[in-house]
Design a protein around this ligand. Structure first.
Ligand code: ATP
Ligand code: MG
Length: 453
């Protein structure tokens, strides 16, 4: 596509033009706004479609067949059209943010310029006329996009006093777009921490998740640290700043954690691994002890880290399935394989970790290793362990109670009562099979079980 940041127009997709025609037939204005305009100006594909209009929500609802009442109070409905969702919002100005969380009152207005003035950043305060795509850019958003800088619309301190989520949105956009942060904006974050501290955890969750899933979470985390936002939102991680560690470690616990997370992001690892990488050592400040030589030790920090992380992720409103997986990885992150591990030890490890978590745990180890040494782990640094695992897997047929050659009913038939006792015997049999897979036949296991009757 031939395209220039100086262009005064953006290409408007046909389905957006079709929607706009419906507004026009009713004598209503319609502009494309928000992230789609920003992304099209950058020459990128847009995915979510926000439309601003002078029509009221009732009028919009009458214009289309499929409309959801997303946020009537704030003037927003969602129009479903040809398999796409359009957020349609009545032009508005906002006032009376009493608590820095949400506007108490929304005032509707007749023109797009007022509507753009209440938006957060200049790059997000550009509108495109429809159907042509001519840009309305009263705050120099295009220039800032060309300079790749995030700048507030208006005075940053005032804008952050209105809505404490905006600082976090600024850092999120820095991480997702790779833009720099205007200096006055950064200073204003530091001076309005009290407002951000009052934002709901649900809203913080959404921005934090986008930061973690971005290509560059480190840039946002570093800015959180220098502005003081970190201490307000993630005090457990802030407590890791300047916590020294020795041995192979090159960095303090905070830097180590951020680098591990950055590595996970750079290698497109899952959300679970990225979160585990960021929080796997978060219990270290609580476990720090000096040994006789005066060297810092962190015995059992994986357990403390797991406990802390569970609390923190619950507070940050992550779903419990995600929390369970992250906490499990953290609990298991200290495995220390060497050639002396017996086949039985490998099997016990596999059972404890769960085969389905193995690749995530190895990914976490790679990230951890990067955060320790400051360079990528050598290729195949877990290869010996992986080979041993493959070997053990190929040989053993019983890695869980389910794959034992006998089941609970067989044992009850032997005269072992159902209940706790039965469970104990089954686990004894599993242990026996872990030590010697050849025992996993019905005959041999029943023989062992008879000893328990
Ligand atoms: P993306 O959808 O890619 O995350 P976006 O810019 O579309 O980015 P949304 O959260 O969808 O972000 O918001 C749409 C638009 O609404 C923004 O571009 C901005 O103009 C405005 N906006 C959103 N949140 C705020 C806020 N807290 N304060 C001021 N304006 C906001
Ligand atoms: Mg959007």
């Amino acid at each position: 596509m031939f395209f220039s940041l100086k262009a005064k127009k953006i290409p408007v997709p046909p389905f957006v033009q079709e929607i706009a025609a419906v507004f026009q037939e009713q004598g209503k204005q319609a502009y494309l706004v928000g992230g789609a305009v920003r992304d099209l100006v950058r020459g990128k594909a847009a995915s979510d479609w926000d439309i601003a209009t002078d029509a009221l929500t009732g009028e919009v609802s009458a214009m289309f067949r499929h409309v959801l009442p997303t946020g009537i109070k704030h003037g927003t409905v969602t129009v479903l059209y040809k398999g796409r969702a359009f957020e349609v919002t009545t032009f508005r100005t906002e006032a009376d943010y009493r608590d820095g969380r949400r506007p108490d009152t929304v005032y509707f207005t007749a023109n797009i310029e007022d509507d753009l003035a209440r938006r957060d950043f200049t790059m997000n305060a550009i509108a495109a006329t429809l159907p042509k795509g001519t840009l309305v850019d009263p705050f120099g958003g295009r220039d800032d996009i060309a300079k790749r800088v995030i700048r507030c619309v208006g005075v940053p301190e005032e804008r952050f006093s209105e809505d404490g989520l905006r600082p976090l949105r600024a850092l999120r956009f820095a991480a997702t777009l790779g833009f720099s942060l205007d200096k006055t904006l950064l200073d204003a974050i530091a001076s309005r921490l009290d407002v951000t501290a009052r934002v709901s955890w649900e809203r913080i969750h959404d921005e934090f998740e986008k930061i973690i899933m971005s290509p560059d979470p480190a840039v946002a985390l570093a800015a959180m640290k220098t502005t003081g936002l970190l201490a307000r939102i993630l005090p457990e991680l802030a407590a890791c700043v300047n916590v020294e560690q020795k041995g192979y470690h090159q960095f303090d616990v905070f830097t180590h954690s951020v680098m591990a997370c950055a590595y996970a992001a750079a290698h497109n690892m899952s959300q679970t691994v990225r979160l585990a990488a960021l929080f796997h050592d978060i219990g270290k400040p609580l476990c720090a002890r000096r040994d006789e030589q005066g060297i810092w030790t962190f015995y059992n920090h994986e357990r403390e880290s797991a406990r802390c992380t569970r609390k923190l992720l619950v507070r940050l409103r992550f779903p419990s399935a995600v929390i369970d997986d992250v906490v499990h990885l953290i609990e298991e992150h200290m495995f220390n394989y060497d050639e002396s591990w017996s086949a039985a030890a490998v099997r016990r490890f596999l059972i404890r970790v769960g085969e389905e978590h193995l690749s995530a745990l190895f990914a976490l180890r790679a990230a951890d290793s990067f955060g320790t040494a400051g360079h990528a782990p050598p290729p195949g640094f877990l290869a010996a362990f992986q080979q041993k695992i493959d070997l053990v897997r190929a040989k053993s047929s019983a890695l869980s109670l389910k794959s034992l050659a006998v089941n609970g009913r067989d044992l009850i038939a032997l005269g072992i009562p159902a209940g706790r006792r039965l469970g104990v015997v089954l686990h004894e049999l599993l242990n026996a099979v872990l030590e010697d897979p050849a025992l996993n036949t019905r005959e041999k296991l029943l023989e062992i079980a008879r000893n328990f009757v």
